[in-house]
Design a protein around this ligand. Structure first.
Ligand code: GCU
Length: 610
């Protein structure tokens, strides 16, 4: 019922002039720009019938909640009042802030007052780090933008809607799952809704640097190259890029597309790597706009079935991570969340993390840059999207573009993943091949991957796993998910499993593992039962032995670092709405398997770089 209502609502929204489609942009390196935070308490209205947007005859209201009306005894009675409405914290999902919103899927309205003094020659953007899932934004009753997608940032130019003095912003955020969404209806993670990341006002000069790419040349480790785009700049406008610590500076001019090609020779550059995560202050300027960034410089490429970091073969000792907040649970976003999660990954002996299944908060990739942790970043082309629907492809393309644009300046990010566990059929392969090509077009300096399902055949010695998914042709690095010893074949299944890989490409075992409730133990001397720590630990031992028999294995990201909330995990007393495959519980309890993997990583007895 709600589904079709939302669909009608969305159609009507788009049809109504006051609510016509308004685009967003994405300001690169926004966390280094002058900004006024709007984080904190926002008034909210939970609106399951989207009453704030349409009438009882399902026409779009002209006097919707975006008008932020205040009670007027002489006027019509009001059905809402933000001023007296309860508040929710931003950033933060609504599900873990109020028990009555734990399962809520639908529209929630957010409202905040702010004072502002417009400045000459200045553009003002409303920056939203992420809002799950579909968001409409009004400033002072003017519709300024809308966005679909729950895990990537967007910026709305609100310059013309602002007033000198008192202003207000109203947003409707709807996390209703939709069949033609990205992700679609089914996910093995909680559908945390709301303004889940920072919200702020960002100022730029009228003409400003909105995007750039600065990377180390793969063929010359003494040359940084790329481009700088200056929004609104006429051809011939000058751009300067400087790296003071390297006494390196270059000046270039933009072309008719406001883009300047950059070529910056550098000497005695410390190449970024997990062992040497050296970041350099980079200064970019053009006209009145000045921007600094903290960037590392490294190269990443494949050679046959090896992954080369700075020209050297590397093995990716990784772990998969969901953006679930340790201890408090809910959507992770804070420095504390990030430091805890990456701290545990480092403690495990990891040099790599798979951020699943959607782009995580920018704090995560910034921290990975600082800590020297390589990153697999992914968009939620997850399970069975409508791969034959061009409108859905457009949504995936938008999310991929936003993910790459936000994290292009992060040395830690080496892999863009365009999908996870998608059904092997021609429409899907065509769709994701298009996505892989777009990724290379947008960023030819990084590698493209996806987590594939694998086929299983019986063999005389046991089982053969066959990696021949045609999507592999479009990937630089093959990711494969398997749950031998958990969803299939018993604990010793890995011992009798061989791998038949039809690609001479690097392979990352992107998911493997099993569940255990922390503190749940098998009686000594007995065959451990599922969901005991002993079972999970044994499973890791068998898996590690099997993985070491795969010649082109160049990385692993077992599933996963920490237990996370999922609506598909309903076994009482064991799962209680949590996927329990973490090596740590959501309360930070290390399970026995944590130490099995830690030993393999520290002793480097799992995997070979070449
Ligand atoms: C899948 C999927 C994960 C899921 C995991 C599991 O492989 O990619 O999102 O959580 O399996 O079943 O635990």
């Amino acid at each position: 019922m709600l589904q079709s209502a939302t669909r009608i609502l969305l159609a009507l929204l788009l049809a109504t002039p006051a609510l016509a489609q308004t685009n967003t942009t994405l300001l690169v390196n926004v966390d280094h720009r002058t900004a006024t935070s709007l984080d904190g308490d926002w008034h909210t209205i939970v609106d399951p019938y989207a009453t704030g947007l349409y009438t009882f005859h399902q026409e779009i209201r002209k006097d919707g909640f975006f008008m932020n009306a205040t009670p007027n005894p002489a006027g019509p009675p009001l059905d809402y009042n933000f001023a007296t409405a309860p508040t929710l914290k931003v950033p933060g999902d609504w599900n873990t802030q109020r028990p009555d919103l734990f399962y809520y899927e639908g529209v929630v309205w957010y409202q905040k007052d702010f004072t502002y003094a417009p400045k000459p020659n200045t553009r003002t953007f409303l920056h939203i780090g992420a809002a799950n899932y579909r968001t409409f934004v009004w400033v002072n009753t003017v519709k300024v933008c809308e966005h679909e997608g729950g895990f990537t940032p967007f910026d709305c130019d609100i310059t013309s809607a602002l007033k000198d003095g008192k202003n207000f912003v109203v947003l409707s955020v709807d996390n209703t799952r939709i069949a033609d969404g990205v992700p679609t209806l089914q996910t093995d993670w909680w559908n945390y809704g709301g303004l889940t990341r920072d919200v702020s006002l960002v100022e730029t000069p009228t003409q400003f640097i909105d995007d750039y790419d600065l990377h180390l040349s793969r063929t010359d480790h003494g040359l940084i190259e790329g481009y700088v785009h200056v929004e609104g700049a006429a051809a011939g406008t000058q751009v300067t890029v400087a790296i003071p610590d390297l006494k390196a500076t270059t000046t270039a001019t933009v072309d008719a597309d406001s883009r300047a090609a950059i070529s910056l020779p550098v000497k005695s550059l410390t190449l970024w790597s997990p062992d040497t995560p050296r970041l350099y202050k980079v200064e970019l300027s053009s006209g009145a706009d000045k921007l600094t960034d903290e960037m590392g410089f490294r190269t990443i490429e494949v050679r046959g079935n090896q992954i080369l970091l700075n020209g050297q073969p590397i093995f990716l000792r990784g772990i998969s991570v969901h953006a679930e907040a340790p201890f408090r649970t809910g959507r992770a976003y804070s420095e504390k969340d990030v430091d805890t999660l990456l701290g545990w990954a480092k403690e495990l002996g990891c040099n790599f993390v798979r951020l699943a299944h959607y782009p995580h908060d920018q704090r995560m990739t910034r921290a990975a840059d600082r800590l020297g942790v390589l990153v697999w970043s992914e968009i939620p082309d997850y399970w069975a999207l409508q791969f034959d629907n061009p409108a859905v492809l457009a949504k995936s393309k938008q999310q991929l573009t936003e993910m790459i644009r936000r994290d292009r300046d992060k040395a830690s990010v080496i892999l863009w993943s365009v999908a996870n566990e998608t059904p092997n059929n021609p429409a899907r392969t065509k769709y994701l091949t298009t996505m892989a090509d777009l990724s290379r077009q947008l960023d030819p300096t990084r590698l493209v991957t996806a987590a594939l399902l694998v086929r299983t055949e019986k063999s005389p010695t046991g089982t053969t796993k066959i990696v021949d998914d045609p999507l592999g042709n479009a990937l630089d690095v093959i990711g494969t998910n398997e749950y031998i010893g958990w969803y299939e074949q018993g604990l010793t299944g890995p011992d009798t499993t061989t791998w038949d890989i039809h690609y001479d490409k690097p392979l990352i075992m992107s998911e493997w593992g099993g569940g255990a409730r922390a503190g749940r133990h098998a009686p000594a001397g007995t065959t451990p039962a599922q969901f005991t720590e002993e079972y999970q630990a044994e499973l890791y031992k068998h898996q590690i032995a099997m993985l070491n028999k795969i010649p082109q294995l160049r990385g692993t990201t077992p599933w996963l670092l920490m237990d996370f909330r999922s609506p598909r995990r309903l076994n009482p007393g064991i799962q209680d709405n949590f996927n329990r495959k973490g090596l740590l519980s959501d309360q930070g309890q290390k399970k026995q398997a944590f130490f099995i993997l830690q030993k393999a990583y520290k002793d480097k007895t799992l995997g070979k770089a070449e």
